[in-house]
Design a protein around this ligand. Structure first.
Ligand code: SF4
Length: 237
């Protein structure tokens, strides 16, 4: 498997940096780099400023590396988030540099680019993968035709790799509990062990007409055979 960097890390377009977080990489103190650009337009997306790949960036890679160098021994991990980090060819170079400083590498991804994700696997220690819906229902969320196929393909590749993985689904407000349960059970069937359901933050959603969730998230627990996962988490928005 070859993860050789092909594009310099300097060209990574960065829309934001969180210098310390305890919630974005399980059990580790981490910094989060928000990569600019995403090919999808999910109705519930609350990162609208990160969607345009050509938008102004807030910090450049050299400043990030300077910051990370100063944080060696104080932070455990660097998480690449977005936007969609794998949309940028410079990601592997950036991950290699951060890894070279001794940090664990985490990735938050929608799985939009399974082949790029496959090439990144040797650089990754942990992945948070959004699985938004069953494959046939993706387009209604992302606005992009055929978006379910690459996402589920990415899931297969991550499961095959054995890398530490959390799969997350954001609950669309118009779904019923049995619809949510169908997604959860499909994920358990393909071997997902660590699964989280997240509430939808409709106040900051890209689609301003998104209604509020029709039921409290905790009510879903009764419809889902949570015992089929080694770890099952409900996160309110
Ligand atoms: S994939 Fe993520 S960043 Fe991209 S539009 Fe959807 S929610 Fe937003």
């Amino acid at each position: 498997m070859n993860a050789a960097p092909t594009v310099d890390a300097e060209s990574l377009r960065i829309g934001g940096l969180t210098r310390l977080t305890t919630i974005d990489y399980p059990g580790e103190l981490a910094a989060v780099i928000f990569c600019q650009g995403c090919p999808w337009r999910c109705r519930y997306c609350h990162n609208r400023d990160l969607l345009d790949p050509d938008a102004n960036t807030v910090i450049d890679w050299r400043e990030v590396i300077q910051f990370l160098t100063q944080r060696r021994g104080l932070l455990d991990a660097v998480v690449f988030s977005g936007g969609e980090p794998t949309a940028q060819q410079a990601l592997s170079s950036a991950m290699s540099e951060a890894r070279g400083l001794g940090f664990k590498i985490g990735l938050h991804t929608s799985g939009a680019y399974p082949e790029r994700l496959r090439r990144l696997l040797p650089l990754l220690d942990w992945v948070g993968l959004d699985i938004k819906a069953l494959p046939e229902d993706y387009d209604r969320i992302t606005g992009v035709e055929g978006s379910g196929k690459p996402a589920w393909e990415s899931l297969s590749r991550l499961l095959e790799s054995g890398i530490a993985l959390e799969v997350r689904t954001t609950v669309m407000p118009d779904w019923t509990p049995p619809e949510v349960a169908a997604i959860a059970h499909a994920l358990a069937d393909v071997g997902v062990k660590n699964y989280a359901l997240q509430g939808c933050d409709t106040q900051h959603a890209l689609d301003r007409n998104l209604p509020n969730l029709r039921f409290p998230l905790r009510e879903l627990a009764g419809d889902i055979e949570s015992g089929r996962f080694a770890r099952f988490t409900l996160r309110e928005a």
